[in-house]
Write a protein that binds this ligand. Structure first.
Ligand SMILES: C[S@@+](CC[C@H](N)C(=O)[O-])C[C@H]1O[C@@H](n2cnc3c(N)ncnc32)[C@H](O)[C@@H]1O
Length: 277
């Protein structure tokens, strides 16, 4: 069964501001797979991004594909995506879900689903993907891990421990079962079609601050659910920020931002549809 957790306007805005964007190598890895395995007559015509959110991957696709459609069940996410995509004229955003993707049969070269497939009914999603893909089209499913934190160039065990304690502590009861698939890097997903490949070599690397990490965590669905149920309890992210500040030895009243680098590891699953229907 599909699950909906990203419907709120405020949540969409946090998502848009703070969630990671993808490196160019991700698009390169997808298009290389398509060149090697998909005999598409018209090249890179059209891509559809399911669960597009505020358009993180959709916008990147627009540089390689003539027409791109972002599809999501959240009107709030779609509105943010439209607002952030003013200058890209080859993207449209449409309301839809994995069971009703609003595009014609056999019309699409590439279907992507980034950091969203665990929320979908996977079997129904694959049926719809098969309907809309052209023969020899490509399906790309993308996810990424929780961040690892580096301080002054080194992996920092204390910062990472504190961050992980958030999920084994206050947020634990609010973690949806569906995210197990993500935690296991989508190893439990079997993509359709005979030609399949995985790429685990890519990372999202970002120079940020402790505040940036906490802001990004505020867009996680578990935190949003926690806040909804516990409006009067201490905010676990405010506590996390204080603990992280102490961990690297700064004074609590310091106004300096603590600079860190984060790395999320990407997992990319690719499949090429058979050339004959
Ligand atoms: C974690 S966000 C991922 C957003 C973006 N693709 C990215 O890479 O950051 C998951 C998105 O999936 C959408 N979603 C959840 N269930 C869906 C469904 N059944 N059909 C389409 N989109 C769905 C949510 O509204 C949300 O925008």
């Amino acid at each position: 069964m599909a699950t909906r957790l990203f419907e709120g306007v405020e949540h969409a805005s946090l998502y848009d501001k703070y969630r990671p964007t993808y490196p160019q190598q991700l698009i390169d890895s997808i298009t290389q797979f398509m060149k090697d395995n998909c005999k598409l007559n018209d090249g890179f015509e059209s891509a559809v991004d399911i669960g597009c959110g505020t358009g993180q991957l959709t916008r990147d696709l627009a540089s390689s594909f003539k027409n791109v459609i972002g599809v999501d069940v959240s009107e709030a996410q779609l509105q943010c995506a439209r607002d952030s995509t003013m200058n890209k004229h080859n993207i449209v955003y449409k309301f839809g879900d994995e069971q009703n993707i609003p595009v014609d049969t056999s019309s699409v070269d590439l279907v992507t689903c980034a950091q969203a497939v665990h929320w979908l009914d996977f079997d129904k999603f694959c049926e719809e993907v098969d309907r809309i893909l052209k023969p020899s089209g490509c399906l790309a499913v993308i996810g990424y891990s929780l961040p690892k934190m580096y301080y002054q160039g080194k992996l920092h065990s204390g910062l990472n421990r504190l961050f992980n304690e958030l999920f084994s502590g206050p947020l634990k009861p609010y973690i949806a079962k569906q995210t197990d698939l993500l935690d296991n890097r989508y190893h439990d997903l079997k993509l359709p079609y005979n030609i399949n490949r995985r790429d685990d070599s890519l990372v999202i690397r970002k120079d940020t601050t402790v505040t940036g990490i906490v802001n990004c965590a505020s867009s996680y669905s578990h935190y949003q659910r926690y806040k909804k149920d516990n409006p009067d309890k201490k905010d676990p992210l405010e506590e996390l920020k204080l603990k992280m500040t102490l961990e690297v030895g700064k004074q609590l009243d310091s106004t300096d931002e603590i600079e860190v680098t984060t790395e999320e590891s990407i997992f990319l699953l690719l499949a090429a549809k058979n050339s004959e229907n």
